[in-house]
Design a protein around this ligand. Structure first.
Ligand SMILES: Cc1cc2nc3c(=O)[nH]c(=O)nc-3n(C[C@H](O)[C@H](O)[C@H](O)COP(=O)(O)OP(=O)(O)OC[C@H]3O[C@@H](n4cnc5c(N)ncnc54)[C@H](O)[C@@H]3O)c2cc1C
Length: 417
């Protein structure tokens, strides 16, 4: 390929969708990806196996003409199903319109779909096993070891450990902080029982236990992917699979009963880090950061990928409109939104972990949905704003806060029954 117009560093979820969108407009794009091609080698050491896709992500996929294909491969989840310690279930619809659902999508298949469509455009050259080592101090070229490649636009879509961001930091153009959550995660597979899902496949399952929790999302092949979110100290104290089994037997019995080879999975599956990455500036010269490279967040609103896809959609819209100074403009538009979803994801951790089993909270949520149905123009629950709309995250957070105060006031007056 001659000098590319755009270089994308990283062919993960954000990078491969951006490559598709640019390629569809005939923009000569070079994608450099450190891993081998996941379509041939599988997703080695990949992160969460499935992800919740919602409206923002779907809107970006629709721009690339891929929404229907991705939805066809997904599992709709219209409610949370809470499992209490005694095995009792409580169902909580996600949206005021109970037909609306978030979708469980497989990371590997989604990434493969996006890579296929990027390569089909013919304007995109995806090169695997190419680890970018940094960006030039002028922000106009990337380094692959000794080699340097220039482009009009360089997009760092290289995830939470972004080399592009680290390089900008080393040149003194930005600063970042990573705030550890203090909780980490471990995934467990819940296989099918008699060829069918072990749990209701139309829901996202939650085991809230105050201070820690577990969730499970369905996959089309009949499995569920369960995720345990424990304090770091708890994981340390449960290194021995027998101690871990006892912990799950006490607190997550209904989940444990769905994991026949628990000891094996506990020993083999890694513990993953969770934290919030904040970066004060995402751009320099022709270079801009998107997705987790700019704003990795904790996964409790199911919005990391959705927010990354929204970055990508806006980048493509600005690029298509001929926006000058695109890196700066994208940063100015997206930064407040990234900060807002980071905050809401942390709020939702507390909500899922501690409150979804609390009767007062459940009543407030039910009132919220009723108000949403009675006054759809005036009252929209925060979850709907975040997951079932394209309203800016910053605006959703502002309005959500006002509504929460109103709901608490109504509850004090005894109206939330
Ligand atoms: C447990 C968990 C659950 C989650 N659940 C959800 C969910 O339900 N919904 C949701 O919306 N989000 C979820 N997320 C968040 C989501 O996974 C991320 O937000 C999303 O993957 C970000 O995409 P990305 O393309 O920015 O980064 P990545 O997907 O991390 O892709 C980065 C790519 O860059 C490549 N790369 C790295 N360094 C280099 C280099 N030097 N040179 C070249 N290439 C490089 C990597 O190999 C990788 O392919 C979850 C995250 C976790 C950890």
């Amino acid at each position: 390929m001659k000098r590319p117009e755009v270089i994308i560093v990283g062919a993960g979820l954000a990078g491969s969708l951006l490559a598709t969108l640019l390629g569809q407009r005939g923009i000569k794009t070079l994608v450099l990806e450190a891993r081998p091609d996941p379509r041939r080698h599988g997703n080695k050491g990949g992160r969460s196996i499935n992800l919740a896709l919602s409206t923002r992500g779907r809107t970006a996929l629709a721009r690339a003409g891929l929404e229907d294909q991705v939805v066809a491969d997904a599992m709709p989840m219209s409610a949370r199903l809470m499992h209490d310690a005694l095995g009792q279930l409580t169902r909580q619809p996600y949206a005021k319109d109970e037909q609306q659902a978030i979708l469980s999508v497989g990371r590997g298949l989604l990434n493969a779909t996006l890579l296929e469509s990027a390569e089909q455009t013919k304007s995109v050259d995806v090169q695997f096993e190419q680890s970018v080592t940094g960006v030039h101090a002028n922000g106009q070229a990337v380094f692959l070891g000794e080699q340097s490649i220039e482009a009009d636009l360089i997009v760092g879509a290289d995830g939470a450990g972004s080399i592009v961001r680290q390089s900008l930091e080393n040149h003194g153009y930005c600063q970042s902080t990573t705030e550890p959550l203090g909780h980490s995660y471990k995934e467990l597979e819940l296989p099918p029982v008699d060829g069918r899902h072990a749990l209701d496949p139309a829901a996202l399952h939650i085991w809230p236990r105050g201070g820690e929790m577990a969730i499970a999302l369905p996959n089309p092949d009949g499995t569920f992917t369960g995720t345990l979110f424990f304090a770091d100290d708890t994981f340390k104290s449960l290194r021995d699979p027998t101690a871990a089994r006892n912990h799950l037997q006490t607190h997550y019995r209904s989940m444990l009963s769905c994991v026949p080879n628990f000891e094996e999975q506990w020993s083999e599956n890694p513990v993953g880090f969770l934290g919030t990455l904040r970066v004060d500036q995402w751009h320099h010269g022709n270079t801009v950061l998107v997705g987790d490279a700019a704003h990795a967040i904790v996964p409790f609103y199911g919005q990391g990928m959705n927010a990354s896809f929204e970055d990508v959609r806006r980048l493509d819209e600005l690029h298509a409109s001929g926006q000058t100074d695109l890196p700066k403009r994208l940063f100015q538009e997206r930064k407040a939104n990234a900060d807002a979803i980071a905050e809401m994801a942390l709020m939702n951790f507390i909500e899922m972990r501690d409150h979804v089993g609390d009767p007062m909270f459940l009543k407030r949520k039910a009132l919220e949905r009723r108000l949403g149905r009675w006054m759809p123009g005036l009252f929209t629950p925060l979850y709907d704003r975040v997951s079932f709309s394209n309203q800016s995250y910053a605006d959703a957070l502002r309005r959500g806060r006002r509504q929460d105060q109103l709901l608490r006031g109504l509850q004090r007056l005894g109206l939330a029954r």
